[in-house]
Design a binder for this molecule. Structure first.
Ligand code: ADP
Ligand code: MG
Length: 587
């Protein structure tokens, strides 16, 4: 075939494939147009996961009658004039591709009435063909209805999942956009059922209430407002007691746009390291502000990808701010909070519907039971525990604890004016050692223990490479190695808390990890510190003297976040005076 320019409908069909991947992408584009039009209320209605119909209603600026047909032409946009505008784009859209792309693969009806006009324009397009255009009745603003998506692309249609799964994706889009635009009222209906409703007050917490439910929203903590990194980080994050088994509770935004950039989500998860059990994820809504010259959203037609000029700075801004916030609200696990009433063990998907406060008073936070479910020996009594709602200032209490004695050579029982505190001696000591190491390593000044008899450590060829690359990282932690011919090296010194028997095992662990990315250094420090702490700390079953118990409690009191060990287990639990009173039927 000779080379020729593709006819417009073929070209737009190809472009449509990039912009319109599935019903959720249509919803995204239509909502973004409504936002760009300055709408204050946006209603989204879908049926059959958007495969049957999608309607987005806004009360924004509308389109003048003589421009309506233009809007459906390729590269027609009112948002960009010259290429330089791309550098500081303020609107959600700018590529002028959405409407023509959607229209080329479905039946579209638009009714739009601009401000100040008293007639609306109605336009019907089917597979890029304008079927009808003319004056009509209609409210101010724009209503776009999309039916029979991919009617002319059976392959794409086949590739769609079930209605439930497509609805789920749409829900995620509406959640993201309504969290990012908390000043705008959003309503989302699927097959006539209300799925989400936000009040448009401008408060992110209020928008979160619409997205996640009031209980979760009210327990969110605002990210501490301190310039901890080069970029501004704002938002609300959940305490360690509110977790999910997947990332559906995580919403990250760069300059107001939702993104799933890897460095960002790793930064967030990193900050929660040690606060959450493995495979549990936080609920968090985080907004990052980056000078527009340092971000590029024009990477993918659907703008879901973002290129960041200084990933490392972005990473550290997010992880430091979030971690700081978590540290500030250190909690202690509370015994006996959920003794009666309905125990709701999981909030996994309460995000589905907006509803008024569902749970009441003390039972609200019993989702911690899910974390306890994994503590094997607790089985039947799981529901007896939950994290203190009031986030008692555990740290300050710790300083005042009076040691009473030891139970089962494993738990240190102490008292304070507000109740009984029980410390797990292993978890507690582990945390003390861990923090000590992380602090030294972070400052690059490890306490080192020279080995009088250097150990010879045999390596695989891979490990030899890894060792050569990581000598500095190793020395930061206090491991001093020397090449010793062929495949072995001489271990001259190790961090002071390491027992000599565990050296080869630690080195195996150290030389296995790749650390070519900036965030991986933290990961290495974390993993190795946790290993050293775990092997070097007081065991369960070990008898402690009174002095040793006091020493342990005092050392814990000095930590920033004494409540959790590096693996996310609690170091201590509390039984408050109030709970004791209730148990003994005094109150
Ligand atoms: P883009 O958003 O990239 O400009 P679109 O194809 O999404 O491209 O829209 C084309 C144009 O149609 C927009 O630039 C805008 O002027 C107009 N438009 C689309 N949707 C709306 C709406 N809901 N309200 C007002 N104007 C709209
Ligand atoms: Mg658009």
């Amino acid at each position: 075939m000779p080379i020729r320019i593709l006819p417009p409908h073929v070209a737009s069909g190809i472009a449509a494939g990039e912009v319109v991947e599935r019903p959720a992408s249509v919803v995204k584009e239509l909502i973004e147009n409504a936002l760009d039009a300055g709408a204050s209320t946006i209603t989204v209605e879908v049926t059959e996961g958007g495969m049957e119909s999608i309607r987005v209603i806004d009360d924004g600026s509308g389109i003048p009658s003589d421009e309506v047909a233009e809007a459906f032409k390729r590269h027609a946009t009112s948002k960009l004039n010259v290429l330089e505008d791309l550098e500081h784009i303020q609107t959600m859209g700018f590529r002028g591709e959405a409407l023509p792309s959607i229209a080329s693969v479905s039946k579209v009806q638009m009714i739009t009435r601009p401000l100040g006009s008293d007639v609306a324009t109605l336009l019907e397009v089917e597979g890029s063909q304008v079927l009808r255009i003319g004056p009509s009745a209609g409210p101010p603003g724009t209503t776009v209805t999309v039916e029979e998506l991919f009617m002319n692309i059976p392959a794409r249609r086949k590739y769609l999942r079930t209605a439930t799964s497509e609805t789920g994706r749409i829900k995620r889009i509406v959640q993201d956009l309504s969290l990012a635009s908390s000043g705008i009222k959003f309503e989302f209906y699927s097959d006539g059922r209300e799925i989400l409703r936000t009040p448009g007050t401008g408060s992110v917490k209020d928008a979160m209430a619409g997205v996640f439910g009031t209980v979760i929203a009210t327990s969110m903590v605002e990210i501490v407002d301190a310039p901890l990194g080069p970029y501004g980080v704002r938002g609300l994050i959940g305490p360690a007691s509110i977790t999910r088994g997947n990332r559906t509770g995580i919403h990250l935004f760069v300059n107001g746009r939702s993104t799933q950039h890897r460095a960002l989500s790793i930064a967030l998860e990193e900050a929660y390291h040690g606060f959450l059990m493995t495979n549990r994820f936080p609920v968090a809504v985080v907004f990052l502000t980056i000078p527009s010259a340092e971000v590029d959203f024009n990477v993918h037609p659907s703008k879901r990808e973002v290129r960041l000029l200084r990933e490392g700075d972005v990473f550290s801004s997010v992880s430091r701010s979030v971690r700081q916030t978590l540290m500030a609200g250190s909690t202690v696990f509370e015994m006996g909070k959920a003794l009666s009433g309905v125990v709701k063990t999981d909030v996994e998907d309460s995000s589905g519907t907006y509803s008024p406060p569902r749970l009441h008073d003390g039972f609200a936070r019993t989702e911690t039971a899910s974390y306890l479910g994994s503590a094997r020996d607790l089985t039947d009594q799981d529901s007896l525990f939950s994290e203190d709602v009031a986030q008692a200032n555990f740290k300050s209490t710790l300083g005042m604890l009076k040691v009473v004695g030891q139970v089962a050579n494993t738990y240190v029982v102490t008292e304070a004016s507000d109740g009984i505190y029980i410390v797990d001696q292993h978890a507690g000591h582990e945390k003390v050692m861990f923090d000590k190491l992380m602090l030294q390593w972070g400052k690059g000044s490890p306490e080192v223990q020279p080995l009088l008899d250097p150990i010879v450590y045999e390596m695989t060829p891979d490990q030899v490479d890894s060792m050569k690359e990581s000598l500095t990282v190793l020395e930061e932690m206090g491991f001093f190695l020397e090449e010793f011919g062929g495949d072995s090296c001489l271990v001259r010194a190790v961090p002071s808390l390491v027992s000599s028997s565990s050296i080869p095992k630690l080195l195996d662990e150290l030389l296995e990890v790749k650390r070519d990315r900036f965030w991986e250094r933290f990961e290495v420090h974390y993993g190795i510190a946790a290993s050293i702490a775990c092997h070097g700390s007081i065991r369960a079953g070990q008898t402690l003297s009174h002095g040793e118990m006091v020493g342990l409690v005092e050392a814990l009191a000095e930590l920033e976040n004494p409540g959790h060990c590096p693996h996310g287990r609690p170091t201590s639990i509390r039984m408050g005076i109030g709970t004791l009173g209730k148990q003994f039927k005094r109150i």
